[in-house]
Design a protein around this ligand. Structure first.
Ligand SMILES: Cc1ncc(COP(=O)(O)O)c(C=O)c1O
Length: 343
């Protein structure tokens, strides 16, 4: 039987050879390939600064750590996201304040944004849900008015553009994921984009123990100073070369996702019980991460039956995300719109 998996990574000989070459060499971490990967990712997105990290979660955590968030601080977090978007805030001791999603995109409902702010709010985070960009002009206008830092969670947004600018470059930092189901993979891995040199410089130190000199910058091996608190959130050289090879293929990967999306979207359009989430139009260019449908009231109770029926026919699906994040924490039963995602 033909199977259509959900988000299977495409790894070719180029990736395998590149990883082997690293393994045969002397440098496995802290080396030049991570720097090359950053430069290539910056070139692809037209970003002034790119900092590689070990995951998108690490990227988000570094962002709030950079800001010095702690108890008493609040960050706006979209309710409809991966739990990592909220955990990154909580890991700093700050409180995520959840804002509900717009029904037709799954993105944060910007009409509710200002009502969620107060004197404790330090930052706004947005997620380009399934690669459909948020209206960043509106977000930045609110952020400017209230002097807030803006974090874009771009885990699913490689190839997403708002008004022609790549996701992650509208706010103060953009956090990307290279987890295997994403548009491109490094197994685990992530990237931070930022327009601000001081953010890139400090985060580069903070992701590597807070030391003041990288290996290549040390005149005497092993001698460095520690100037700030830091983590070990680096990407390794095997992951970096995987990223370099995958990035060469990203235009093709994006085109394929778009083609698959369009075929699926056109075929499902006739089914009246399914409502498709909005995709690219005008200023909004989606990354076509996956096609997402809302089941109507009649089909909602059959959600898992449908998932199983598709599985039996070899069609992989996934649920993004199993519950709105505050419902995980509150242990409630999710009552909101039911989303079924079909790759
Ligand atoms: C929106 C969003 N943010 C963050 C993450 C976490 O990414 P990572 O696994 O690279 O830490 C994910 C993972 O799927 C995600 O979907």
């Amino acid at each position: 039987m033909r199977t259509i998996p959900f988000g299977k990574p495409i790894i070719g000989d180029e990736e395998k050879n590149a990883v082997l070459e690293v393994l045969n060499g002397p440098i496995l971490v802290h080396g030049p390939k991570a720097k090359e990967f950053e430069a290539a990712f910056a070139a692809f997105t037209h970003a002034p600064h790119a900092v590689s990290v070990s995951s998108c979660t690490a990227a988000l955590h570094l962002g709030y750590f950079f800001l010095g968030l702690g108890p008493g601080d609040e960050v706006i977090v979209p309710a409809q996201t991966h739990t990592a978007t909220a955990h990154a805030v909580e890991l700093c001791g700050a409180k995520p304040v959840f804002v509900d999603a717009e029904r037709m995109t799954g993105n944060i409902d910007l009409d509710q944004l200002e009502d969620a702010l107060n004197e404790r709010t330090r930052a706004i985070s947005v997620v380009h849900f399934l690669g459909m960009p948020v209206n960043m002009e509106k977000v930045m206008a609110v952020a400017k008015k209230h002097d807030l830092f803006v974090v874009e969670d771009c885990a699913l947004a490689i190839g997403s553009y708002f008004k022609g600018v790549h996701a992650g470059l509208h706010g103060d930092m953009g956090c990307f994921s290279f987890y295997p189901v994403k548009h491109m993979t490094t197994a685990e891995g992530g990237m931070i984009l930022t327009r601000h040199e001081h953010v890139a410089t400090k985060i580069t130190r903070q992701k590597a123990f807070g030391v003041d000199r990288h290996m290549g910058e040390r005149s005497v091996p092993g001698v460095y100073d520690v100037t700030m608190l830091g983590f070990n959130y680096r990407i390794n050289e095997m992951e970096a070369v995987l990223g370099l090879e995958q990035l060469k293929r990203i235009p093709n990967f994006l085109q394929k996702r778009r083609q698959n999306y369009e075929i699926l979207s056109n075929s499902l359009r006739e089914i009246a019980e399914l409502e498709q989430l909005q995709s690219s139009h005008g200023d909004y260019q989606s990354s076509y991460y996956c096609l997402s449908v809302l089941l109507n009231e009649h089909l909602t109770p059959k959600r898992f039956e449908i998932v199983n029926a598709l599985k039996q026919r070899g069609v992989g699906t996934s649920v993004y995300y199993p519950q709105a994040v505050p419902h995980f924490m509150g242990n409630h039963i999710h009552q909101g719109p039911i989303l079924l995602h079909v790759a």
